[in-house]
Design a protein around this ligand. Structure first.
Ligand code: PMT
Length: 401
């Protein structure tokens, strides 16, 4: 693995009770491979799944399990351990542990240590998919996120209970990568970012719709980059076939009307809004109740305007820092600047569409950024790279204003 930023870092790995605890032994191995110094702290429930001896063998260090163990406290007490850590990662983090962290309990060694440390905290939730979608768990995760805790995952797929869905602990290599990003700059820590992505679909009848070529790649890359910068991210997405970036809250919509309603409902507490979706400007004025039948050689469809979501966000009060996109086939800069002024945006990111190497569907992009008093280019580069540069640029301007 290339430089992870974890070489020589002092990491406490907290392990709570769950079947995914068996993967944490491999996680210790992976962390040590990239040069991290790892100490393991287990909850009582975790020891029911994997023995402390296993973690002692893979970490090469004594494993800490109890607040009330005088021998362990004499060797390295919990306050000393809390001071020693440069980061705390809890993997797996069970629903019970998330609840105890959210209310600030200190009823065992791991939760006490979390309260006693100044090191950044990351949790990798792992639980059954129904538990993960329970509003009580979502509320606890929200509290932790607002407190600056990095929520790594969960991923989706087959679960130990035989079900399928979101709730799997991220794979050890993925966790190592994500943990490394905690040591990089986190300029959007504690901020909330709302991003739109993908196309909208405007129905003509029960089986047909008008849409466009947006794949969602650019918007999803922005969501992952904003998350890595420390933000709590809400991703309002049209119909796309992309997995949700771990740790991002995704809200699926279909039409421009639904996207408008959903975005306006997420603006409370929103610091930054980025409109990357390719929203249909018009929709069929009427939607046929049954499938339209073939008739004359010509067919006319009466269209009416959709709400302009970006302009509505920019006109809202309080107003988030508002970033729009412009997709153009010609006069990129002229059209983008006209949109920035008309919609009263803080920043516009313009890309050419319908050409190789940028815009819809492809893996790469090139953006022209324009704000009051300046402009610059980003890329050409992969959408992931362009997204992380754009998020760094937005964070810099947002934090300055
Ligand atoms: O999804 P990909 O395949 O990765 O492609 C990425 C992209 C080309 C879709 C993306 O980079 C992009 O350019 N998104 C904006 C597409 C667009 O609709 O541009 P526009 O110039 O038509 O709209 C200008 C801005 O107003 C956009 O921020 C758009 O989200 C917003 N808008 C437009 C109409 C509307 N009714 N409401 C809006 O909010």
């Amino acid at each position: 693995m290339s430089d992870t930023g974890l070489q020589g870092r002092r990491i406490i790995l907290g392990v709570s009770g769950g079947i995914a605890a068996y993967k944490s032994a491999d996680l210790v191995r992976r962390l040590r491979e990239v040069g991290a110094d790892v100490r393991v702290v287990m909850t009582r429930a975790a020891t029911e799944f994997v023995t402390p001896l296993t973690f002692q063998a893979v970490s090469g260090q004594p494993v800490h399990t109890s607040l009330l163990d005088s021998d362990a406290e004499a060797a390295m007490g919990h306050i000393e351990l809390a001071r020693w850590a440069e980061a705390v990662l809890i993997a797996p983090a069970s629903a019970d542990l998330l609840a105890r962290l959210a209310v600030g309990r200190a009823d065992d060694l791991l939760t006490t240590l979390v309260l006693a440390t100044e090191a950044p905290l990351a949790v990798a939730p792992a639980m059954n998919r129904v538990m993960w979608s329970h509003p009580a768990v979502a509320a606890n995760v929200h509290v932790l996120e607002r407190r600056g805790v990095a929520i790594l995952g969960p991923g989706s797929g087959d679960q130990a209970c035989g079900e399928q869905g979101a709730g799997r602990m991220l794979e050890p290599l993925d966790l190592v990568r994500r943990l490394g990003s905690l040591f990089g700059p986190r300029p959007l820590q504690g901020k909330t970012v709302v991003i739109t992505a993908g196309p909208t679909r405007e129905p003509l009848d029960p089986v047909r719709f008008i849409s466009n070529r947006s794949s969602g790649r650019m918007g999803f890359a922005l969501a992952a980059a904003a998350r890595d910068a420390g933000a709590a991210v809400h991703l309002v997405s049209g119909p796309v076939s992309l997995p949700t970036p771990a740790g991002v809250r995704r809200l699926d919509v279909e039409t421009a009307g639904e996207m408008h309603e959903t975005v306006m409902g997420t603006l409370d507490g929103c610091d930054i809004f980025i409109g990357c979706a390719a929203v249909a400007d018009y929709r069929p004025a009427t939607v046929a109740a049954g499938k339209l039948k073939k008739g004359d050689q010509r067919m006319q469809v009466d269209m009416e305007r959709n709400p302009d979501i970006l302009a509505a966000v920019a006109a809202s009060s309080p107003r988030p820092y508002t970033v729009g996109f412009a997709a153009e086939t010609d006069d990129l800069q002229g059209h983008a600047e006209a949109k920035r002024l008309a919609k009263r945006l803080d920043l516009i990111a313009a890309n050419l569409v319908g050409v190789p190497g940028s815009g819809f569907e492809v893996a790469d992009n090139r953006l022209w950024l324009r704000w009051q008093g300046g402009d610059c280019w980003l890329g050409p580069a992969s959408k992931e790279q362009v997204a992380s540069e754009l998020i760094a640029f937005i964070a810099e301007r947002f934090n300055r204003e």
